[in-house]
Design a protein around this ligand. Sequence first.
Ligand code: ADP
Ligand code: MG
Length: 238
Amino acid sequence: EEKLRQIRKDLDMHVSGVDVAKPCIAFAHFGFDEALVDNIVKHGYSEPTAIQKQAVPVALSGRDIIGIAKTGSGKTAAFIWPMLIHIMDQPELQTGEGPIGLILAPTRELAGQIYTEAKKFAKCYGLRVAAVYGGASKMDQFKELRPGGIEILVGTPGRLIDMVKMKATNFRRVSFLVLDEADRMFDLGFEPQVRSICDNIRPDRQTLLFSATFPKKVERLAREVTTAPVRISIGNVG
Ligand code: ADP
Ligand code: MG
């Protein structure tokens, strides 16, 4: 217990919630299979970042997370790696065609960055990733989603809703949901779309919400869309 406190203190980490999994200080301790660890190491990562050390074991334990850490702290991989493990564990992986892992991002640029990061790690398992966002052809995105299905979908809220309306995809299989950059989602006025999407996904899903800042309105949304979350914050961010 004393050692655990010291590890979190050294990482400037604040954790709240009951029965929280212990942080892992090395990639080798996450329990990932060799292919994923090799891939991570090949990308030049030598050690998990602070948020990864705590968020990955908590996510792997099936818990919801509210993660608060500044930009550049490695939040993307902190949710992508557990998402891959979650998907590989799903019995319905071979059937259906909607995504199992869904990631909401506030902008086209961010959706693109998450797509790139997801794709490089999803390769280990042969999982398919797609991204949808405004400012690009709906028809092209429609066509990308239709044939054969996908396991991971990244998108901006408005375009995701459009794609569901067009029946390019559906949220029936989604059991791992990520809301990334929740604070920016609010700044850009996407709160109603985000709520609408969350309301249309099975409530027994696993939900991870990440934000660089944590104002009251984000906290309210976070409490509503998660169940018994573990809150992890790094540094003095709220
Ligand atoms: P955030 O979402 O917190 O702003 P990102 O997930 O975009 O941060 O990561 C920031 C940068 O750090 C990216 O270039 C990413 O590839 C890199 N990165 C992520 N995890 C690690 C790690 N464990 N070691 C080294 N670099 C990492
Ligand atoms: Mg990010």
